[in-house]
Design a protein around this ligand. Structure first.
Ligand SMILES: Cc1cc2nc3c(=O)[nH]c(=O)nc-3n(C[C@H](O)[C@H](O)[C@H](O)COP(=O)(O)OP(=O)(O)OC[C@H]3O[C@@H](n4cnc5c(N)ncnc54)[C@H](O)[C@@H]3O)c2cc1C
Length: 502
């Protein structure tokens, strides 16, 4: 049976960064497991019309992997190309098994190895597991009354059916969040009629996108200039935390005023303006950047149904609304998001003493630096609880996590140990701090319900502060927060002894 030093679960940017960093640290003996039949994660999976990043591409890219971006906010195809470029450059395809859905992992204290169970295949073993299965990877479709009775075409934006010709069809899109806001303008000109079912509106700001001029691309290919531009973008975005956390007044006076102005500039109809105006503070839910969403809502072939006129039931011909109207449809697109909180890891994880991660997280998911959990030695969660970021690039946080993960792995390897495990009191102190900081943020106080919150009401999908603060913490490895566990001889059937609480 193969035993790897590390198994990485997922091949998105999280998995790619983990693999690149393992290689950088001299660890070649690792395997990436990917459940899809292709590698790449978010941008290879989300191929819906209009898909594009909401963070400037110079920043939404791996720091050491610059790219000749064609525009400020890259679109889906270019993001896919970039992903494939990174995979190819680092030889990650050779390290990956696709069609490998991890269905369970278990820690064995006697062997000090993780058993990784893959659907339909023999279990694999690894000393370290890096879970990079993505918080926004497993789509959710609510159980609408009659959902399965619809006879037409249905799919989630996460699984866009490229073979379906939507032109000339009667289409409904359920949801009005970040993905829907990109799909709606992209397909509205082609479909016969588009019905948008919005549970609650999001605040929308103008999208400062533009195609780079040839001289700009040339300039950005010069490393110091690119670094300067990236840094300017980074600090510009980082300053938004002041509003999200420290000054609701500034948030309302600057960002919310601009959003209200955006509505008034683009929509004349007072009823439509009312429907798209949120009743919570801007930033509480993810802010949408779009210049085309509101003009699309104004089109004759687009109808926006708000909560009062929402879905009473789905039936075989389409959707019956709460106002009693029957809307016949050819296609229903679910843009109903993901479970980014309570479902952050979608497969069972069993740690020391048969401890189940789902039980540890039964109230809400929690982890030291959003990465490690007591009783789960040698397990690292990329984009784990409270590592999400609304104002800047998720890749920045992923790369920050790598400092901590690689340092912890090196600690075990360099000292010839068996395992590293975060101490419960360290995790508890960290999590208590995170949620006390969270109480100051708009995500907690802004008066909305959002996918950032777990069922318990804790905001789990976001880091409550500057991403720079997170980077600083991830870089400052604290040995005293961990226990280092001695290696046990391969055949020794005894529990690993704690030799050191450094
Ligand atoms: C539509 C969309 C738009 C986004 N826009 C932005 C943006 O503008 N800015 C930003 O910063 N972030 C954005 N994000 C967040 C995005 O998820 C992150 O930026 C980043 O791509 C996360 O990378 P990841 O590797 O953690 O997850 P993913 O890219 O989701 O990769 C996870 C991989 O793990 C695989 N996997 C999952 N479970 C298993 C399993 N059990 N076994 C094997 N493999 C498994 C999945 O198939 C997937 O390939 C967006 C996300 C989505 C969905």
């Amino acid at each position: 049976m193969s035993i790897y030093t590390a198994i990485i679960i997922g091949s998105g940017f999280g998995g790619q960064c983990a693999a690149i960093n393992l290689k950088k640290n001299g660890i070649e003996d690792f395997l990436i497991l990917e459940r899809r039949d292709f590698m790449g994660g978010t941008w290879c999976q989300n191929s819906y019309p209009g898909a594009a990043v909401d963070v400037q591409s110079l920043l939404y890219s791996i720091e050491a992997e610059p790219y000749d971006w064609s525009q400020m906010f890259a679109e889906g195809a270019e993001l896919q190309e970039y992903t494939q470029h990174v995979i190819k450059k680092h030889g990650l395809r050779e390290k990956t098994r696709v069609n490998s859905n991890v269905e369970r992992i278990e820690w064995n204290d006697e062997t000090q190895l993780w058993s990784v169970h893959v659907t339909g295949a023999q279990a694999l073993q690894a000393k370290f597991v890096i879970n990079a299965s993505g918080p926004l990877s497993t789509p959710v479709i609510p159980n609408f009354k009659g959902r399965d009775s619809f006879k037409g075409k249905t799919f989630h934006t996460n699984n866009w059916d490229q073979s379906y010709a939507h032109a000339g069809k009667r289409v409904a899109i359920i949801g009005s969040g970040a993905s829907a806001a990109q799909v709606i303008p992209a397909i509205a000109p082609d479909v016969k009629h588009l019905h948008v079912f919005q549970r609650s509106p999001h605040w929308v700001l103008p999208r400062p996108d533009r195609v780079f001029k040839p001289w700009e691309r040339k300039a950005l290919s010069i490393n110091p200039i690119r670094k300067l531009a990236r840094s300017a973008i980074y600090w510009g975005l980082e300053s938004r935390v002041v509003g999200f956390k420290y000054s609701e007044f500034a948030l309302k006076q600057i960002a919310q005023r601009e959003a209200v102005h955006h509505i008034h500039k683009q929509i004349k109809d007072p009823e439509l303006r009312r429907k798209v105006t949120p009743d919570f503070t801007i930033g509480c839910k993810r802010i949408i950047l779009s210049n085309t969403l509101y003009p699309t809502y104004c089109r004759d072939n687009v109808s926006l149904h708000d909560k009062a006129d929402g879905i009473a039931e789905i039936n075989e011909n389409g959707i019956k609304t709460l106002s009693g109207e029957q809307i016949d449809l050819d296609c229903i697109v679910y843009s109903t998001g993901y479970d980014a909180t309570d479902g952050v890891i979608s497969y069972p994880v069993v740690g020391k003493d048969n401890t189940k991660l789902a039980e540890v997280w039964s109230e809400y998911p929690r982890a030291y630096l959003g990465t490690t959990v007591p009783k789960f030695p040698n397990l690292f969660i990329v984009t784990g609880p409270n590592t999400g970021i609304g104002h800047t690039s998720a890749i920045f946080v992923i790369e920050a996590q790598m400092h901590y993960i690689m340092r912890a792995i090196q600690e075990v390897k360099n000292k010839g140990l068996g395992a590293i495990e975060v101490l419960p009191e360290a995790e508890d102190k960290y999590t208590t701090h995170i949620h006390s900081e969270m109480n100051k943020t708009v995500w907690k106080k802004g008066g909305c319900s959002s996918w950032y919150k777990s069922k318990s009401g804790h905001v789990v999908a976001m880091f409550p502060g500057f991403s720079y603060t997170y980077l600083r913490m991830a870089k400052a490895f604290k040995p005293n927060d961990h226990q280092l566990i001695a290696a046990v001889a391969k055949k020794q059937k005894r529990k690993a002894a704690v030799v050191e609480t450094v």
